[in-house]
Write a protein that binds this ligand. Structure first.
Ligand SMILES: Cc1ncc(COP(=O)(O)O)c(C=O)c1O
Length: 390
């Protein structure tokens, strides 16, 4: 079969190549410690699992679940946004449940981009912003996230031509992969920029509840009038340790959400009802549960930062996300460093350029392995660095 031009024109997805490489290391009998992907290693709360099981035993929940999600789920999302951010959402037209936020991110591109349009995308950034744009046949214009700007974009530096053709701008704070955060003031500036240039602001916020040291991440919808210009993507993958369950939501601008829902109604047939009922339970997550779970991640971050300091790799402590964004040691490039580390020690970390060219010089280390495994990985890193500097 000849693949469609659409697929042939997609930029390469470096993580696929990397996963194959990690698979080979495994087959060779290497004990691989995965600090390269952000898949939470702990389970959701028991009541969430109980809600799924109880619902799945009911006889009338196994048919097609409907396109827009059950009212109880949309109401639970609205209730969560009210409690967590003080944002009022209309559950009927400002909430679209998703099969994970990745699905919504790609389908949003199909909903609002045509050939000749531009999407403004962060570099480094989460790959589906680029992939979705490419699948829609539109152009990507990246903007760099640089350490000297605290990994926030310089909106004034976006080229005028791209800005004028842009229909969509992706922002993601707390940020993958840099771990950076954005203030509400910065989000308000970005919103003004988008309003001025008729661009839909898509803010991707799946890490908003993976936070440390008292940091509280804002929602773009806290800005008055944001619901006219912005959609926020969110997810239970990281907030509630439900990455494999595939459930998320898009909220905000009703017009943009109607377009997204139109695409979805032609692509998927909704979310298994018991999963929606479990998500209702998950959205009632308490601050205590989040604090206890985040304390475990924070301890792992401490283990990683101490080891990085020992081997002379610079990194700042993230206030949120599952990632430490670390500079590679002097004299190394990102991918050779991560590759040699994998081959010689079995520790898998993500080379920064996998997220875009501005990631060169960095690696992303995720905290989603049990604490003892993180300690073991950092011991191996230490031995690797000693052996390479001899
Ligand atoms: C920035 C960002 N957005 C979206 C997602 C996708 O999350 P979901 O599991 O909801 O599809 C991820 C997952 O790693 C992510 O890092």
């Amino acid at each position: 079969m000849k693949r469609s031009n659409r697929l042939a024109n997609l930029p390469p997805y470096p993580f696929a190549r990397w996963a194959a490489r990690v698979g080979v290391a495994r087959q060779e009998g290497i004990d691989v410690i995965h600090l390269d992907i952000g898949s939470p290693d702990m389970p959701p709360e028991d009541p969430v699992i109980d809600a799924l099981c109880e619902s799945a035993h009911q006889p009338d929940v196994h048919g097609y679940p409907g396109y827009r999600g059950i009212p109880a789920l949309r109401e639970a999302v609205a209730e969560y946004y009210g409690r967590r951010f003080g944002v009022e959402l209309d559950p009927d037209n400002q909430v679209v449940p998703l099969l994970g936020s990745k699905e919504g991110i790609v389908n949003m591109a199909l909903a609002c981009l045509d050939t000749g349009d531009v999407a403004l995308v962060p570099d480094p950034g989460y790959a589906p912003y680029t992939m979705g744009t490419a699948m829609a046949g539109a152009e990507v214009c990246t903007f760099p996230l640089l350490a000297e700007n605290d990994f926030l974009p310089d909106l004034a530096a976006i080229p005028v031509d791209a800005r004028d053709r842009a229909k969509l701008m992706w922002l993601n704070y707390p940020n993958n992969p840099t771990g950076a955060t954005a203030s509400l003031e910065f989000l308000a500036q970005a919103l003004d920029f988008c309003r001025q240039h008729s661009i839909l602001l898509c803010h991707d916020a799946p890490y908003c509840d993976v936070t440390y040291d008292g940091y509280v991440a804002p929602s773009v919808l806290q800005i008055p009038g944001a619901e006219e210009v912005a959609v926020e993507f969110n997810s239970l993958s990281k907030t509630s340790n439900m990455a494999g369950w595939r459930i998320g939501m898009a909220v905000g601008d009703p017009e943009a959400l109607a377009a997204l829902a139109q695409v979805k109604s032609n692509v998927d047939s909704g979310i298994f009802r018991p999963l929606q009922e479990a998500a209702v339970q998950a959205l009632a997550v308490t601050d205590d549960w989040l604090a206890a779970r985040n304390a475990i991640y924070r301890e792992r971050i401490g283990v990683i930062l101490a080891a990085l300091q020992e081997v002379g790799m610079a990194a700042t402590r993230p206030r949120a996300t599952l990632y430490v964004w670390a500079q590679v040691p002097p004299g190394w490039e990102s991918e050779p460093f991560a590759s040699d580390l994998l081959d010689q020690t079995g520790v898998a970390i993500a080379p920064g350029p996998f997220f875009g060219p501005s990631g060169e010089g960095y690696v992303r280390i995720s905290v989603t392995a049990p604490t003892e495994r993180v300690r073991e990985a950092m011991g191996r890193l230490d031995r690797f660095m000693r052996s390479t500097s001899q």
